[in-house]
Write a protein that binds this ligand. Structure first.
Ligand SMILES: [Ca+2]
Length: 129
């Protein structure tokens, strides 16, 4: 029993030592995160639409910050740029005011690197259809 515990302790110590050298390599090799603006959505005029960027990821597991941009809105829409608190939220929302396709872009940052922009399309129909 004692020998078995000692063996387990030795394995655990070896794992800690191996991880210590791994950690050094990881901190010197930061890589950019990847934005995922979520799957395309369908919605109705006048109902809040929630975008979801939480599936964005970073190879090192770094914490992410978000920047959403309105890339395109249908003609006649008064929907403009998202307010700051929404534009920097992981899951912002907006309320479409005319039918058509709204296109949003998402860029995420790990503090050192920014991702490429990912796009999500929201196709909006009149309420009740
Ligand atoms: Ca990173």
């Amino acid at each position: 029993m004692g020998a078995r515990l000692l063996a387990l302790a030795a394995v655990a110590l070896a794992a800690v030592l191996a991880c210590a050298s791994c950690g050094d390599a990881a901190t010197t090799a930061n890589t950019p995160p990847m934005a995922f603006a979520g799957f395309d959505l369908e919605a109705e005029i006048g109902a809040a639409v929630f975008l979801d960027g939480t599936a964005s990821s970073d190879p090192e597991g770094d914490g992410l910050t978000y920047v959403w941009t309105l890339e395109f809105a249908p003609e006649g829409s008064a929907v403009g740029a998202l307010p700051d608190d929404q534009a920097q939220a992981p899951m912002p929302s907006f309320v479409p005011d005319v039918e058509g396709v709204y296109l949003f872009g998402l860029i995420v940052s790990d503090g050192s690197y920014t991702s490429l922009k990912d796009l999500v399309a929201v196709t909006v129909a009149p309420a009740g259809e």
